[in-house]
Design a protein around this ligand. Sequence first.
Ligand code: PLP
Length: 553
Amino acid sequence: MEMNGKPDVRDWFPSEDGNPAQRKRMLDLIEQLVRGVDELKDPDGVNLKGEKRRDANFYGRLAAESEIPQVGAPMENVNEELLKLLHGHPYHTKYFFTNILPMASIPGMLGMLTAMLVNGNNLWDVYGPAGAEAEVRVIAMMSKLVGYDAATSGGYTTWGGQGAVFSGLRIAIAKAVPDALKRGVPNNLFAFCSEAAHYSLLKSVEATGLGSDRLVKVKTLPDSSMDIADLKRKLETVARMGGVPVYIVATTGTTDAIGIDDISQIRAAAEENAERFGLPCPHIHADSALGGFFAFFNDYDMEQNPLGFSEGVLAMLEPIRRKMQMLSLADSLCFDFQKLGQAPYVSSLFLLKNAADLKLMDLDAEDTPYVGHRGYGEYHTGYTLECSRMASSISMYSLLLSFGTEGYQRLLGQFLEVNRVFREQLIAEIPQADIANPDNPGISTLIRIYLPGSPRFADEIEGTCSAREIERSNQLNERLFEKLGERRDRMFFGDTKKHLLVGSSEGREIPLYVSKFFVISPHTRPEHVHEVVQYLKECITEVCEASGVPAVN
Ligand SMILES: *Cc1c(COP(=O)(O)O)cnc(C)c1O
């Protein structure tokens, strides 16, 4: 359709009447994109093909040359521009091992597309009935998975694991001090998490006005889980000085080492302290953003082993399962579908044991002039920090129906099997390397390398090595980061300069630097591990030789 020689504005939109011509046009445009990405794929590397000159002034140049065109371009041409953005983009091939950056699955994308096709606003079921329906269903499905009562639990989809930690804190404050919403946050409220927790809580205490001085970091054990004895001490100290512990974040699956806090012990410590000092029990949020998906194994029959997992994988699952079966002891928790749920960003689910807690946060009718609190519509999410909300629940719903419990078990089981084989070969093939999260048999293996004669990981966690020796090994590991980083178009490893804090003979605490083999691509299979370990061996040998020490074997 042309108007004054210009295309009709309706051409930019899906049709009103479902006519096949406009449908075909839209599908052709989608196909152009999907085919374009396929043409950029290279299964022997990590990045999509194409040129990107990312020199020092890359972003400066972009800012200088970017302007809104006076007249728009045909969508086919714009698609070509969009595909250029993807040139050199990291892609989840079998060589992609960096952090929790998953591939978006087809059911996940189809769910997002479904949401976009009607573009409902998940704020209110009058505006977004599909999102509301999917949200209620997904909350019930995941509640039943973890052992919450779906008749009384609640929740909503939100902006990341970060958003869930924040939402938990808002509720924690409102539970402990209901009039804090009106009068502001008193200056004696405290939040707790372990040293290995994600920085989400740090941002949350800043944003809610608690202040980071009132965030108490609890020590971790060598398996990266919270040291309960230290938690008890710190809860007591806070209570003795007139403070009120309002929030404890139990990390159930740390972002690097997949350490899992014991929620049952945390709850016992919190209740005991509250009772002793006549305080309310703090709200306990399980930050299960990453690890929560292992709850899919909660009812797996380990004896019959219907999916035929190896003995090694069953042994890895045992301790994970034991801790995940305690998730229902938390007052709230999170499932980051954008992580192990295999959905596109942003799709995280905040789950709450008692939906009634949300009332503490809800807006009054007079404060919401546009929506909700009418004679029509029954689902108005006035308690979320967001106003308008995307219906990411539809993507979650699509995933849960497509994968089913068994699908998640098979995918996560594959990640575990790859790790199992990797750990075995790493130890057999690379004498300079130790596994720095030996007690967390999960989807990530942390690798720390040493020169001959240096104290090894088992010595370092004793807390008695000299700071100089630990730092010398840190430097060596940093050189490995650089080597792996330079070649990240071949295989893409993660790294962190903040794995466990260990003590030293000088008394100073020092974080350990480690490289990360994080299995996150469905395309990485056990048979690929041999090549990966040989590649690592080459890199490690080069780093050690450049440090003036010949390789050990
Ligand atoms: C990733 C992660 C977060 C942050 O989640 P986002 O979805 O990135 O906001 C918080 N906690 C844990 C344990 C995580 O792994």
